[in-house]
Design a protein around this ligand. Structure first.
Ligand code: FES
Length: 128
């Protein structure tokens, strides 16, 4: 019997859903959250970069592991790059591009977010 594995982008929060308070994202610089729908779950990262908040799926393009399998930390020791704790891939926080590691040249999956009041909320996805 086979099972269908949904891509995490298929179960992102509905547009307009509150995901986190903006203060919490800015304080953490990268905040991991989980979205559940029945048996399905998606791990996401909200990254504060300058005045922007960027959403990523918390799944490394190399071996599909969550970046923070060690203690909810996403940044490398320099604080400049997101780092996958499993094999050390480094990603630019502003666009998710992988600069070094086994998935160099690939990128994190981004998803649209926006700030409404004090909250980061899911934005509409471009499905075209
Ligand atoms: S799973 Fe992320 S670098 Fe290997």
């Amino acid at each position: 019997m086979s099972s269908i594995k949904l891509h995490p982008l298929d179960m992102l929060p509905e547009p307009g859903s509150r995901m986190a308070k903006i203060d919490a994202v800015q304080e953490a610089r990268a905040l991991g959250i989980e979205v559940r729908d029945g048996d399905r779950e998606a791990r996401l990262i909200l990254v504060a970069h300058g005045d922007n908040i960027i959403g990523y799926v918390n799944r490394c393009p190399h071996a599909r592991a969550p970046l923070d399998w060690v203690g909810g930390k996403f940044f490398d020791p320099s604080g400049a790059y997101l780092r996958c704790a499993l094999h050390g891939a480094l990603f630019r926080p502003d666009d998710g591009h992988c600069l070094s590691g086994p998935c160099a040249g690939d990128a994190l999956w981004a998803f649209p977010v926006k700030v409404v009041g004090q909250y980061v909320v899911a934005d509409k996805r471009d499905t075209s």
